[in-house]
Design a protein around this ligand. Structure first.
Ligand SMILES: [Zn+2]
Length: 286
């Protein structure tokens, strides 16, 4: 299990917790799903958006976030996080699913040659590269994590077949995302602390409007739960209920659109984070 220490914000148990909650909700809502065991992303897949020396640093020297990790298995787990999103993407492209869920996906801060913000490999940027280069598909990425999706933006910005939209709290990590660059299909919506549900819902509407103009073949959603009102790492004051509302709005607008969901951030591992992810996933899959 992903483990950077007992007091680290990213507790790996939030993923099995989310899966347990997801299973309960799917039974209540009578939704069927297929559980797929993750396989690691290959070096070739990682190298689509990452520096080969950085990949080697993580995989061969077990250096994560600039320091040798005392738990070398974390390197392999990072490749599983990315691999799971790639498997989800391939199932969407093959028409085997309309919604693919990787609670451990959307590691949106990972950059070309270094990890950042608890993110080692940028699975959404890798998947966008595969979808656009190998399958000539267009991808829209909606990032509602409380932090700016800087890595994903940087790694996809030169790709005209990718549209990114990030809504996030201004002034917190990583400190970027204050501007939009429509000519590059890059949109940012910085919010103030305490802005709450209405701004998230407005942003969802704006994302949908811009997406319709862009005409994507696939949607990726970084469904970070750290905007929730009691999350310790941000102060956006979103309610629990608004997440499901966002997911239902997107799914209702794009009923047949293949959607890849990643959990991104969320720092209430035993309570709201897994509950938000599960309700969001079920709403997309309904
Ligand atoms: Zn975050």
């Amino acid at each position: 299990m992903w483990n950077l220490g007992a007091t680290h914000p990213t507790q790996g148990r939030r993923y099995p917790n989310a899966l347990t909650e997801f299973e309960i909700l799917t039974q209540i809502e009578d939704i069927s799903y297929t559980y797929v065991e993750a396989i690691p992303a290959t070096r070739e897949e990682l190298s689509r958006v990452h520096d080969i020396d950085y990949i080697s640093e993580v995989l061969d020297s077990a250096i994560i976030f600039g320091a040798r990790t005392p738990k070398p298995e974390q390197s392999r787990i990072a490749t599983l996080f990315a691999g799971a999103s790639i498997q989800g993407l391939r199932s969407l492209i093959a028409g085997q699913a309309t919604t693919a869920i990787n609670f451990a996906g959307a590691k949106h801060h990972a950059q070309f040659d270094h990890g950042s913000g608890f993110c080692v490999f940028n699975d959404f940027a890798i998947c966008a590269n595969i979808a656009t280069n190998d399958f000539d598909l267009k991808v829209a990425i909606f990032d509602l994590d409380a932090h700016h999706g800087d890595g994903t933006e940087n790694l996809t910005r030169s790709n005209s077949k990718v549209f990114t939209y990030s809504i996030h709290q201004n002034g917190i990590f990583p400190g970027t995302g204050k501007e939009s660059f429509p000519e590059d299909h890059v949109y940012n919506r910085p919010l103030r602390a305490g802005d709450g549900d209405s701004q998230l819902l407005n942003a969802t509407d704006e994302f949908i409007r811009l997406s319709k103009d862009f005409e994507p073949d696939l949607l990726f959603i970084a469904a970070g739960a750290d905007g929730h009102e009691s999350d310790p790492l941000a102060d956006l004051q979103y309610s629990f209920e608004v997440y499901e509302k966002v997911a239902r709005t997107i799914r209702t607008t794009f009923p047949a659109m293949p959607i890849l969901m990643g959990g991104s951030g969320g720092y209430q591992p035993d309570t709201y984070t897994p509950s938000i992810w599960a309700s969001f996933a079920v709403a997309l899959a309904s």
